[in-house]
Design a protein around this ligand. Structure first.
Ligand SMILES: C[S@@+](CC[C@H](N)C(=O)[O-])C[C@H]1O[C@@H](n2cnc3c(N)ncnc32)[C@H](O)[C@@H]1O
Length: 270
């Protein structure tokens, strides 16, 4: 079931990612991150089919290490193809899924990861699951300049995983919050002082200034008491494709398609 859900998700996300790419969205997001300074080592959480990494590679040609982590091996296969890099099977098919009591799935990740010689390393892992090998890779690289989490999302069978029971997750929105919290924790451990955590979320907005202002307040609250501050928020209008994964915004009780990508640049304080 997990394998099918991952395959379907990877195929459907191709519709979104291609449409975003055609509209220049990924390039504009990479430009926003470049305002935070040069990037030599970066972790892309939930790298999907690699469109974000491709834009980041263009924006930061001197980057020594771009690491893409995703729990979906079908997305990682597509990413390797898009980026025209070799990704060893031992890197992108590290997961083992088992059914445990109660009929839920537990995924574990094993095997040594090879760091890519061409500057990009793709790794199958789940950022919510302990993975000492990913920790080892990040230890080897040293402090990161940036951590990106662009367009968080999960496949349909995620609700059948032990993670959902463990964290008492009731909706996709709660799942996205869990992944954002995890990204912030990794940023706390791995970003150098002055480094950037870059989140991109979708929003449905009529008054975009009002929505961006509300988001600044929400994310500033989220970062309270932490060594991070919201540096800038950008909003990029775009159109969702007809053939991709539909993410409807239910803000204000109105169910509507997102029409803005909100780019939130967060700085790690020194
Ligand atoms: C909506 S897609 C976005 C992909 C990419 N960032 C982009 O902008 O094109 C979200 C990706 O995050 C991955 N993902 C979701 N939860 C994850 C987790 N806990 N650990 C690693 N990857 C995850 C999914 O498999 C999916 O490929």
């Amino acid at each position: 079931m997990l394998a099918i859900a991952r395959t379907v998700y990877a195929e459907e996300w191709a519709g979104n990612a291609s449409a975003y790419q055609e509209q220049g969205l990924y390039g504009m997001l990479a430009e926003h991150l470049a305002q935070a300074g040069d990037v030599r080592a970066l972790l892309d959480v939930g790298c999907g089919r690699g469109h974000g990494l491709a834009a980041l590679r263009s924006a930061f040609p001197a980057a020594a290490h771009l690491i893409g982590v995703d729990e979906n091996p079908e997305c990682l296969e597509a990413a390797a193809s898009l980026l025209a890099i070799k990704a060893p099977r031992s890197n992108i098919r590290r997961g083992r899924d088992e059914i445990v009591t109660g009929g839920r799935y537990v995924s574990t990740y094993r095997g040594t990861v090879q760091i890519g010689s061409n500057g990009i390393t793709l790794i199958q892992s789940d950022v919510v699951v302990q993975d000492p090998e990913v920790e080892r890779v990040l230890d080897t690289l040293g402090p990161l300049d940036a951590l990106t989490l662009w367009f968080s999302g999960v496949h349909k069978a995620r609700s059948a995983t032990e993670i959902v029971r463990h964290f008492k997750i009731k909706s996709d929105a709660e799942h996205r919050t869990l992944i954002e919290n995890r990204a912030l924790a990794i940023a706390g451990e791995r970003l150098r002082p002055g480094g950037a955590l870059h989140l991109v979320v979708r929003a449905c907005a009529i008054d975009i200034d009002q929505v961006a202002h509300a988001m600044r307040l929400d994310y500033s609250d989220w970062l309270e008491d932490k060594p991070f501050r919201v540096e800038s928020i950008g909003s990029i209008p775009y159109e969702e494709p007809a053939d991709g994964i539909v993410v409807r915004s239910t803000d204000s009780g109105v169910s509507a398609m997102p029409n803005y990508a909100i780019s939130i640049l967060i700085r790690r304080e020194g």
